[in-house]
Design a protein around this ligand. Structure first.
Ligand code: SF4
Length: 597
């Protein structure tokens, strides 16, 4: 009997049986954000050479590279697929572990199994790596493998006109969950000329907002996208949704709360399912909160009170570049900045954030739950018999427990290193219990490091309207959330939905191969400002204006604080805000269903 290799063979990717696999070198693959990934996709688009150079790489320890005898490239493969990527020497990758930045190359290798949490396994994936002379896997190769409907995109740069000069103060960056609201943006006509207070990613986004845009609606006719007017595109999109038995409405984390409201109304109308990108970030956190409650604080409390900041399974220096300066380096009411604030980083590899820490604890991949359990024991002065816990010496566990117990105010910022590995949502249950128990000794809080700028708002709106934070199905006319069944990754990977409306999101860049392949088989409507990779699977494309640049709107920061995003410049001619497009789509669907606009 063949092992997983049989599946590979039947997909025409690789043929490796168990016996052959035995002689090969297995590694643990972790995926995640990197600064270059963020800057390249915002500055140059995911279709660019710069993005390819930033994402189609594998970071490996030099000792692993020389042991394999690899030169500039390697083939990485497992039961889900194979890619050939460039090798990057990195002392940050521990021997036996490799890192590929989040993106379509990594997704070819990720596991669609969500273990009934809705969250695919995007870290701790077993892969084989071998030297090769084969050509690098291009974006076109990956998209073809996924079954993209077309490989051509019609990017346009919005012509910029100089004119009235103005300075917008306290502008908000609409990229990550930090929602930095202290930016100063200088504008000349429709051109953004200077940004003060932002990070490299926000500069890449704001200075290039006009590039690689979708400026016209398109529909697919005889296999090709053709330009149409907005009325025709809305009509086609409404037809797709009304004629579907079970449509998926997905994304909604890089748009405002107003757009989220209409998306939920749409799902209720067509008896579909509405889900947001929590499924591949902090969905497990919301599940844990439902089970054991939480102990949250705002940025304000962290800055003013925290003399201990712990980063667990997150790397803000690359994914949320301003975060460290905003929270850790800042002087607060009772803490005089970095010199009075201890920083601990717990992660599976030495990240740039770990370089800034007073204490770095390297945990074995997928074994955070054990470390959390040992910490809970150490805080209660219970004996830990094992000399090593998840690769961490017992003495270090006890030292960390003491640091936590004796802090005046501690905050744990945590990321996908906890939500998508090992015990997944049970990690978060253990983390929340740890913090609740620490509050018997001192004051302690947690804050999830949210990725997309309004994924917290998407959860909030969903909770207000449906009582569920994400993955809400209206199949029976009332809201229902069954994680592992009504969550987007599971629905797509199991082929359970028969159309998809994707709003301001790029599931092709984030979801495992098996889930993305279903998008190639069903009608897909995309509402977005730029040509995402998902647009290669679209049958209808409707341009949307950028919230926080071309439209006002409300978004929720990662600590649940709502922030009003400002409009900096006018939207392109004929391009509407997402909320307006969705409102019109709701009216169009109502008219087609005979429920009146
Ligand atoms: S940290 Fe995030 S929100 Fe702040 S400026 Fe950078 S990308 Fe924008």
């Amino acid at each position: 009997m063949l092992s997983w290799a049989e599946g590979i063979s039947s997909k025409g990717v690789f043929a490796v049986n168990e016996a052959e696999a035995k002689g090969r070198t297995q590694f643990v693959l972790n995926t995640g954000r990197s600064l270059l990934q963020g800057v390249s996709m915002e500055g140059e688009s995911k279709w660019s050479r710069k993005y390819f150079d930033a994402v189609a790489i594998i970071e490996m320890n030099p000792s692993d590279i020389s042991a394999l005898g690899a030169k500039d490239r390697v083939k990485v493969y497992n039961e889900h697929g194979a890619v050939v990527v460039r090798v990057k020497h990195s002392n940050r990758a521990p021997p036996g572990q490799v890192f590929i930045p989040m993106g379509p190359w990594a997704n070819v290798l990720t596991d669609p199994e969500t273990d009934a949490t809705g969250m695919p396994r995007l870290k701790g994936i077993k892969v084989f790596v071998e030297p090769t002379d084969e050509p690098l896997t291009t974006l076109a190769d990956v998209l073809k493998l996924l079954g993209a409907k077309q490989l051509e995109v019609y990017m346009e740069d919005l012509p910029l006109k100089t004119g009235e000069k103005k300075v917008v103060e306290n502008a908000v960056c609409s990229f990550c969950g930090d929602l930095c609201d202290h930016l100063v943006i200088e504008v000349d006509g429709s051109k953004i000329v200077r940004i003060t207070g932002g990070c490299a990613i926000s500069s890449a986004k704001l200075l290039n907002y006009h590039r690689h845009r979708i400026l016209k609606p398109y529909i697919r006719e005889q296999g090709k996208l053709v330009e149409v007017d907005l009325d025709k595109a809305l009509d086609e999109a409404a037809d797709i949704l009304v004629s579907s038995k079970y449509p998926l409405i997905f994304g909604l984390s890089s748009t405002d709360t107003e757009a989220n409201k209409y998306a939920i109304e749409l799902a209720e109308l067509v008896h579909g399912v509405v889900d947001n990108t929590s499924v591949f970030c902090h969905g497990p956190t919301t599940l844990a909160v439902q089970e054991v409650g939480t102990a949250r604080c705002t940025f304000g409390a962290a800055v003013n009170l925290a003399d201990l900041v712990v980063f667990w399974g997150c790397n803000p220096l690359e994914a949320h570049p301003n975060h460290f300066a905003r929270i850790v380096l800042r002087e607060g009411r009772f803490v005089k900045g970095r010199k009075e604030r201890k920083v601990v980083v717990i992660d599976i590899r030495r990240t740039p954030t770990a370089d800034q820490a007073d204490l770095f604890i390297e945990v074995e991949p997928g074994r955070d739950y054990e470390l959390l359990t040992a910490l809970r024991m150490a805080i209660r002065d219970l004996d830990i018999e094992a000399p090593l816990v998840a690769g961490v010496p017992r003495e270090k566990v006890i030292e960390l427990a003491e640091i936590m117990r004796t802090a005046r105010y501690g905050v744990i910022f945590f990321g996908q290193g906890l939500t998508m590995t090992g015990a997944k949502y049970r990690n978060l249950v253990a983390l929340i219990k740890l913090v609740q128990e620490l509050n018997e000794w001192t004051k302690f809080s947690i804050v999830p490091m949210r990725g997309h700028y309004n994924v917290t708002g998407a959860n909030q709106v969903s909770l207000w309207i449906t009582c569920y934070p994400y993955a809400v199905s209206y199949a029976r006319g009332f809201p229902k959330m069954i994680i592992g069944v009504t969550s987007a990754t599971d629905l797509l990977a199991h082929g359970d939905v028969d159309s998809a409306l994707i709003v301001a999101s790029d599931p092709v860049a984030h979801l495992p191969r098996k889930a993305v392949e279903h998008l190639a088989r069903i009608p897909v409507v995309v509402i977005d400002a730029k040509w995402s990779l998902t647009s290669a699977f679209a049958d209808v494309i409707i341009p949307g204006a950028y919230v926080g640049i071309e439209c006002e709107g409300t978004a929720y920061r990662m600590d649940d604080v709502p922030i009003r995003l400002k409009k900096i410049v006018d939207p392109p001619p004929g391009v509407l805000c997402d909320s307006e497009v969705l409102r019109m789509l709701v009216d169009r669907v109502k008219a087609k269903m005979g429920c009146g606009a």
